[in-house]
Design a protein around this ligand. Structure first.
Ligand SMILES: [Fe+2]
Ligand SMILES: [Fe+2]
Length: 404
């Protein structure tokens, strides 16, 4: 590759990296591009966590050929190493310098850093050339380290990394650092957002017989149904985020009605029904797309497919699809879990009730998707069946979000 080609390639990589929002995919992509750019047979990507470096991704063409398909380095995933100048990655992380080492086993013993041959020994692998590059943000902060292993020439022979690569990979790693810190920031924001709406929803239901774990479960059921209906991962995530607010309007219903143990009178029930329109009023005019969905869900989650629901008696496709999905999830959870006024219905019986409701209470397509999603729904049901620790489970990361 001549310089022009290299620069073009770098630009392409920069664009590819900045458009990947999923952190795990991004980490894989960064390492894959860096290896491809330098013709490196293997590599490892570390991210910085305080005074440590965490192994995130390891790729190794030789080992994956030998061990079959798949990523060969996931076993390292939870390992961290302290940042000290004695290791290669630690040296780069603390000094911000690039290390270009022709042979890992010929590093003079007088040098500050040493090569750790544990990986080689464990995997019967031979590391020779190494290029260790810091992932620096524009402010100079090192947020990760790329370690590229065994450059190959055109004939497949292992050679030292060409000196030109030092600056080029350093520049690529800086772009990667920006993309990564943006993706992490987005993830943090999402997490903060989810945490906030969960707590808001819990606050609204605090006086109610419903429990915090109901909100969690029904949101996850809703997401599972949406997934089975063919929603994109983004769409599924939106439902997951929007569903918790479905009963936010209960905040405006009086305790006398909300906490009444017996059957409600007609007049009381009419008051209770207002939680839909109150919820909609709270969420009215929101700008964020997720809150717009929350709005339509809060308003329409008690509408029924046959038009016998409330508040407006809307029918079939006049009811927003999000609300039709949430209706199935909400009723299923209400049936299959304990409330202070009733025992839990057995899982299978609750499933049968949902099926029976197809075309009457529920959109038949949503019920079909519910059946298709049953393996996942069963899993959620089991995992979140106990009420103990519901609060901390609620604040944990949602399954679609995973921080590396
Ligand atoms: Fe409701
Ligand atoms: Fe509910």
């Amino acid at each position: 590759m001549d310089l022009r080609e290299q620069l073009l390639k770098l630009t392409e990589i920069g664009i590819a990296l900045s458009s990947e929002r999923n952190v795990n995919n991004l980490l894989d992509l960064i390492l894959a591009h860096a290896r491809n750019f330098t013709s490196a047979e293997a590599g490892t990507l570390f991210t910085r966590e305080g005074d440590n470096l965490r192994f995130q991704v390891t790729q190794n063409d030789v080992l994956s050929e030998r061990l079959g398909s798949g990523n060969t380095g996931r076993f390292l995933r939870d390992k961290t190493v302290p940042i000290t100048k004695t290791s290669l990655s630690g040296f780069t992380a603390s000094t911000g310098e690039v290390l270009n080492i022709p042979d890992a086993y010929s590093i003079p013993s007088s040098s500050e850093y040493h090569f750790n041959d544990e990986y080689d020994r464990k995997n019967n692998y031979r590391t020779r050339s190494l290029l260790v590059v810091p992932m620096k943000k524009p402010n100079g902060e090192v947020i990760g380290v790329l370690q590229l292993i065994n450059a190959r020439d055109g004939k497949g022979q292992i050679v030292a990394f060409h000196g030109d690569f030092e600056r080029l990979v350093l520049s690529m790693a800086s772009q990667a650092a920006v993309a990564l810190s943006n993706a992490l920031l987005t993830l943090d924001l999402k997490q903060a957002y989810l945490d906030t709406i969960m707590r808001l929803a819990i606050a609204a239901e605090f006086r109610d017989t419903d429990t915090a774990v109901h909100i969690r479960r029904m949101s996850m059921y809703s997401a599972a149904i949406a997934e089975a209906m063919g929603y994109s991962p983004d769409g599924v995530e939106q439902i997951l985020y929007a569903a918790p607010m479905h009963d936010i309007g209960k905040i405006g219903v009086s305790d006398r009605i909300l906490l009444k143990p017996g059957k409600l009178t007609d007049e009381e029930f009419a008051e209770m029904k207002k939680h839909t329109t109150i919820g909609a009023a709270i969420l009215e005019g929101a700008e964020a797309p997720v809150l717009k969905l929350s709005h339509e869900i809060a308003l329409a989650h008690h509408e029924k497919w046959d038009g016998s629901g409330y508040p407006y008696g809307k029918k079939a496709e006049d009811i927003p699809i999000t609300a039709r999905i949430v209706a199935v999830a909400d009723v299923f959870d209400a049936l299959s879990s304990v409330r202070c006024y009733k025992p839990a219905m057995p899982f299978d019986k609750a499933v049968a009730m949902i099926k029976e409701g197809a075309g009457k209470h529920f959109d038949p397509a949503c019920v079909t998707a519910f059946e298709k999603a049953l393996p996942k729904i069963t899993q959620i049901y089991r995992e979140y069946s106990d009420e103990t620790g519901a609060m901390h489970k609620l604040t944990g990361a949602m399954p679609v979000l995973s921080r590396p």
